[in-house]
Design a protein around this ligand. Sequence first.
Ligand SMILES: Cc1cc2nc3c(=O)[nH]c(=O)nc-3n(C[C@H](O)[C@H](O)[C@H](O)COP(=O)(O)OP(=O)(O)OC[C@H]3O[C@@H](n4cnc5c(N)ncnc54)[C@H](O)[C@@H]3O)c2cc1C
Length: 457
Amino acid sequence: MSNSVYQTVILGGGFTGLFTALHLAHSHYPRSVILIDQNDRFCFKPLLYEYFSGQMEAPQVIPRFSELLCDSGIIFVQDTVEAVDLQNQKVNLVSGNSYQYSNLVLALGSVTGYFGTEGAQVHTLPFRTQQDAIAIDRHLRDCLQRALQIADPQQRLQLLTVAVVGGGPSGVEMAATLADFLPHWYRALRGNPQEIRVVLLNHGQEILKGDINDPLRSIAETQLQKRAVPVEILAGVEVTAVRPHAVEYQRGDRTETLPTATTIWTAGTATHPVIKDLAIPPDRKDKHGRLQVTKTLQLPDFPEVFAGGDCAVVAGSSFPPTAQVAYQQAATIARNLKAIALGGELQPVEVNIRGTLLKLGLNSAAANLFNTLELEGETAHLIRQATYLTLLPTPIHDLKATAQWLREEIFQQYLHNQNVGKKVVQAAEVVGAGVVGLLVARRLLKMLGDDDKNQKT
Ligand SMILES: Cc1cc2nc3c(=O)[nH]c(=O)nc-3n(C[C@H](O)[C@H](O)[C@H](O)COP(=O)(O)OP(=O)(O)OC[C@H]3O[C@@H](n4cnc5c(N)ncnc54)[C@H](O)[C@@H]3O)c2cc1C
């Protein structure tokens, strides 16, 4: 256990925690910083589908903390947080170690919520981490292999049917991805791709209802039908039980069964157990158990503690639990930690929702930009990729991944062009979205310049 008087401890190395640490490192924060995460890798969740479908590699989507924090001065500890003692300013870890803090950042995100649905926790596959992506990949490959050897059409269909529970953005993105690449896999094994079924079960009558992606619903519905096999949407159904080989659901007053060997659960999130167990009165939490924080992102009764991302709600605001919110809150937390260290004034958080991006298949997406422009198909796909590439952590990492994508996807036909000015214009045309396209292209061009410089030195 460390007893340093001025020690800032960050719990969770996701969008809030990692980016808080990186901001602190970049701004020469004068105190020692420890980042604790249960995994050895950061997970860039919006691109987890690309990792899952093999479109991007682990070093890009799931880079190691040791690599990201190299030379940053941040101490990384791989361990699982068991409990936080707010009164005594101490964090207890599963390993038995504990850390004293002068400032703490709670950035543990959320966990999968099953709402007590019978069998869901045991018989469904979640999709939130690298391990989840690997588990689904293995399971599906196994199902397809077994299906090839089964003559009975009903048994084969059960193996070739995937149920995705939850018509929010994760469910929609997962269903669209599977409906594109499962037929492709199965064809490669010499199976009949048209036997693949992807069924999206949604509680409400409309997918994406009440979500930040709500305006993209009609594009999403159209795109789901345009996949290699159309996604079947079962709307207005309540999943009541999940068995090893079936999903049971209620439609009106009838109970129906969908035979399937694969049920992927994207239906909800729940408050992290460590957050739930904090000794904080219920009126300092919202109805889901998330921490209520001040506009400066501090716990009202423990101002030395900051919280952001999926585990917190800001007083008087309704930011959606998304990466773009967590990412922007990280900047505020870092700024305010530095203000505390240097005796400055704390600033309220400012979050700008610039738009939403939805992956709708292997090379297709929908984009809602500044709530004024909606795009779909390949153009939206390229904007989505380019946008996320500019957000990947650390300049070095960012640069590597971006240069790779530039070559493979976005500007390949222009890379041989010696005329830099023309390259910007053409790049923006390819990205194809006016302001956003230009911003992205400028950023990419700057990186290309940096890349050239780096290679020369
Ligand atoms: C599949 C998927 C796709 C998504 N796509 C998008 C998208 O396109 N756009 C968007 O804006 N948002 C998206 N989101 C939501 C977004 O990823 C989250 O809102 C964001 O990650 C929240 O950031 P966070 O810092 O609160 O938590 P996280 O990023 O989840 O980080 C929490 C960290 O805490 C660690 N941790 C948890 N428990 C412990 C413990 N006990 N001990 C130690 N460490 C622990 C975890 O390992 C993790 O690294 C997506 C989410 C998922 C699951």
